[in-house]
Ligand binder design. Structure first.
Ligand code: PXP
Length: 261
């Protein structure tokens, strides 16, 4: 029989918000390397961190420590900013995901404006690739942005799924039905992914996924029944879920610390 083994989609875990907790108090905990080892042991295939220009969560030293201690690939999300590009070129993560960045945003709003920043993004891609780093571009799921990503020499696109995810959460979507607006956005994601594949680009996705809405995307199939999206980068919902599944043990350990020191 000539059946092709289907490669499952990869999950990258964005651990920025574990660092957010630490930065809130300036404590040594939670320890990012300990977190990264738990993530590795649980079956994730990548660690993703966003080294923001304002350093609100991940710090330079975190990225250096992760680079030294990880068994799985590191995906460094970063703005097209000379200081950060120099840092990345020196550090050489396996992947770099270029994202737009605004100082006052709560999280990354929207994808890169490739037309307006074509020259700077093109030069940054060249520098990163010269250093042996694979590059993905965080873009809106539009055909035009995928086409431009290809022309600029990216290895992959990461489709911004924030709009789709917000629409599913707003509508309080029941498991079996999407609102027409969410359905329309899902079709955009699907078409953008198919174009990416036809141009030889990897199709990644991220932003806003939770344990329910991710299924609408993860059930989309590409060639040979392989998943249409080959990589997901997910953070906030997983860190939030970790609080719920870990809280009982955390309380028990503290009860024991004060009652049976
Ligand atoms: N991918 C990119 C490029 C992002 O900027 C983010 C948010 O930092 C994520 C994935 C993860 O998004 P979320 O935390 O909503 O899962």
């Amino acid at each position: 029989m000539n059946s092709v083994a289907v490669k499952p989609a990869r999950l990258g875990i964005n651990i920025d918000h574990i660092a957010t907790l630490r930065q809130l108090r300036g404590t040594p905990y939670p320890d990012l390397i300990e977190a990264a080892h738990i993530v590795e042991a649980a079956g994730a295939e990548q660690i993703t961190v966003h080294l923001r220009e304002d350093r609100r969560h991940i710090q330079d030293q975190d990225v250096k420590n992760l680079r030294k201690n990880l068994k799985i690939p590191l995906n460094l999300e970063m703005a097209v900013a000379p200081e950060i590009v120099r840092f990345a070129v020196k550090l050489k993560p396996e992947w770099s995901c270029l994202v737009p960045e605004k100082r006052r945003e709560v999280t990354t709003e929207g994808g890169l404006d490739l037309e307006r920043n074509r020259k700077a993004i093109g030069l940054t891609i060249k520098s990163l690739k010269r250093a042996g780093i694979k590059v993905s571009l965080f873009i809106e799921p539009s055909l035009k942005s995928v086409q431009l990503s290809h022309e600029l020499g990216a290895d992959a696109v990461e489709l911004h799924t924030g709009k789709f995810c917000l629409l599913t959460q707003k509508a309080n979507t029941v498991a079996s039905k999407l609102s027409p607006a969410a359905q329309k956005e899902l079709v955009r994601i699907e078409k953008a992914s198919r174009l990416a594949h036809s141009l030889g680009l990897g199709a990644h996705a991220g932003h806003g996924f939770d344990y329910e809405n991710v299924r609408w995307v993860s059930q989309l199939e590409g060639d040979n029944r392989s998943p249409l999206i080959e990589e997901y980068n997910i953070g906030h919902s997983i860190v939030s879920r970790a609080v719920m599944v870990g809280l009982e043990r955390a309380v028990r350990e503290m009860v024991s610390a004060i009652q049976a020191p």
